[in-house]
Design a protein around this ligand. Structure first.
Ligand SMILES: O=C(CO)[C@H](O)[C@H](O)COP(=O)(O)O
Length: 232
């Protein structure tokens, strides 16, 4: 029986097969995306010519160490493909992301990409999103008011939520690469991800949230029996 980490690597390798020379790639964040970046690095050292836009400072560091040429969305505003992990996904390729706190850059990079492949082990594929608390990136200015507004919006939406400000491993408040806070919102199963996405995006102070809708074009789901592909 493969371990969860072996499954993550299988998904990463399946996505790697879709990479062609000359591609402009978005490079995701998290342990599954790290497998992809490391395997991509090996291909680059064998002569594959690609360029990448990292979705976090950690991924930038890893990609540089792997010898992957990096650029920015200022220099290259349109990408061919982003490969990234997810905390949850459903069969419609709606995602919850941001468990690693990189959701803002991940969403900007995915939105700038023609295609997005999600790589995940099969524990991430769920019938309904929401067992994983939804990460919401919030500006530090007015944090208390924004938090109250999220609570009120969730209540109006018919999905009252328990909100928790994310802490770093050392117990201090977690700060994203963009200098913002993360509030993890437990809604229970999310009945209407599209509606909730719009309601959260309308709150001043919410910088971005972890519902990715209409961005993923396919997913490589690694199972003990092999990789299952889903397509939008
Ligand atoms: O959204 C993310 C980071 O912000 C990650 O893609 C998500 O948390 C999955 O991580 P992992 O591959 O380590 O399970």
């Amino acid at each position: 029986m493969p371990t969860a980490d072996e499954l993550k690597q299988m998904a990463a390798l399946a996505a790697l097969e879709k990479i062609e020379g000359g591609m402009k790639l978005g490079l995701g964040s998290g342990s599954t995306a790290n497998h992809f970046v490391k395997s991509l690095g090996a291909r680059v050292r064998d002569g594959l010519d690609i360029i990448g836009v990292p979705t976090s400072e950690r991924t930038a560091q890893l990609a540089k160490a792997e010898g992957i040429r990096l650029t920015t969305l200022d220099e290259v505003p349109a990408l061919d493909l982003t490969v990234d992990g997810a905390d949850e996904l459903d069969e419609k390729l709606r995602l919850i992301k941001g468990g690693g706190g990189a959701l803002l850059r991940e969403k900007i990079v995915a939105a700038a990409s023609r295609r997005m492949i999600v790589i995940a082990d099969d524990s991430k594929l769920v019938p309904h999103l929401g067992a994983f608390p939804l990460p919401i990136e919030v500006n530090l200015f007015g944090l208390g008011a924004t938090r109250a507004a999220i609570e009120a919006a969730a209540y109006r939406f018919g999905q009252p939520a328990t909100l928790t400000r994310r802490l770093a491993a050392d117990g201090s408040p977690f700060v994203t690469d963009g200098g913002h806070a993360i509030i993890d919102a437990s809604f229970g199963l999310i009945r209407d991800p599209e509606g909730l996405s719009l309601a959260l995006s309308a709150i001043p102070g919410v910088v971005e949230h972890g519902l990715f809708i209409g961005l993923a074009t396919s997913a490589a789901i690694a199972t003990p029996d092999g990789v299952r592909w889903l397509h939008a």
